[in-house]
Design a protein around this ligand. Structure first.
Ligand SMILES: NC(=O)c1ccc[n+]([C@@H]2O[C@H](COP(=O)([O-])OP(=O)(O)OC[C@H]3O[C@@H](n4cnc5c(N)ncnc54)[C@H](OP(=O)(O)O)[C@@H]3O)[C@@H](O)[C@H]2O)c1
Length: 295
């Protein structure tokens, strides 16, 4: 992709994460000047052409040097809500525009409309951004395909059965590289001020179909064993934080029986078809490989 705003330095916050790392990679390939912020530059492991700086959203004074000379901020927010106001105030002081990785807060679909603390925080962030003088664009991805790694990979590495609730729940998981490709496009072009883009994968697939798709991609026949939400909650709670368990159960149960939202935003913005869930599973096949017994 050619980048007309090549002279505008972009600060990627969350650059070592799933999406941010791909955004850095995409931007590097366009020739735009990329600065990556991380709390631990020594372990960031980013491409050599990337300028890496230490910064922490919870320590606003560390943001000033990261933002010095920056035109546009790409923001992945993974810090507590208490840090929002001072961070946005710093962005406003230094930068002209911001592209925020949000969620489909405005999409009238039950999967995206259940109350939860994360939603409240994202609404706060958007309000702060809109009250600032920053030019803004929001990316609103639905379910990340990557969730499958946290949800199902541990079971698939151990055996051929996935025990999970809501077998028939359809979602349209999106590949993190498609989120990054859209981000790079928006970061490189003018004309996206005040826009928000709901990003999904290209197909609606139920939980059970997603598991069988992973099976096809890794060459194994996987069995989906549906368990009750209560059973799932009991099994997850020792390992996962309760708010995350509640957030998922509320969203899934509310969305049962509703077709997944599938948008064409990825292909419209990038000019390429969105990657399928099979593509995603093939890209991540190594992370599902069986652990040899005895390990
Ligand atoms: N999973 C989904 O289905 C879904 C759907 C829609 C939206 N989202 C949103 O997507 C985001 C997660 O994206 P991701 O998976 O790319 O994230 P991730 O892999 O969890 O990475 C989090 C990033 O945030 C950085 N970070 C954490 N605390 C920080 C702090 N105090 N100051 C500065 N940087 C900090 C980390 O950098 P260092 O550790 O290097 O500092 C890391 O690069 C979340 O906001 C989530 O709500 C997720």
């Amino acid at each position: 992709m050619d980048c007309p705003s090549r002279n505008n330095r972009v600060l990627v916050i969350g650059a070592t994460g799933n999406v941010g790392r791909e955004v850095v990679r995409e931007l590097n390939s366009t020739g735009v000047a990329v600065r990556a912020m991380t709390r631990n530059p020594d372990t960031a492991n980013l491409p050599p052409q990337t300028e890496v700086m230490r910064g922490d959203l919870c320590l606003p004074e560390t943001l000033d040097h990261c933002l010095d000379g920056v035109d546009t901020v790409f923001l992945v927010w993974a810090a507590p809500p208490a840090a929002v106001a001072s961070a946005v105030e710093r962005f406003e002081r230094h930068a002209r525009r911001i592209v925020f990785l949000s969620a489909p807060l405005k999409t009238p679909h039950p999967l995206f409309q259940q109350p939860n603390p994360q939603r409240v925080m994202f609404e706060q962030i958007e309000k702060r951004i809109e009250d600032s003088g920053l030019e803004w664009t929001y990316l609103r991805p639905g379910m990340f395909a990557l969730n499958a790694l946290g949800w199902w990979a541990p079971q698939i590495r151990r055996g051929d059965t996935v025990r999970w609730p809501f077998a028939a729940l359809p979602t349209a998981p999106i590949h993190e590289r498609d989120i990054a490709a859209v981000a790079a496009r928006v970061l490189c072009e003018e004309g996206h001020a005040g826009a928000d883009y709901v990003l999904t994968g290209p197909q609606s697939l139920t939980h059970a179909e997603q598991v069988s798709t992973i099976g096809r991609a890794i060459g194994r026949a996987l069995h989906f064993e549906e368990i009750s939400p209560d059973e799932w909650r009991r099994e997850c709670l020792p390992v996962w934080p309760e708010p995350a368990v509640n957030m998922l159960l509320n969203a899934w149960s509310a969305a049962m029986g509703h077709p997944a939202i599938v948008t064409s935003a990825v292909s419209e913005l990038t000019g390429f078809p969105a990657r399928t869930f099979f593509d995603w599973a093939a890209d991540h096949a190594a992370q599902f490989h069986r652990i040899p017994s005895g390990e």
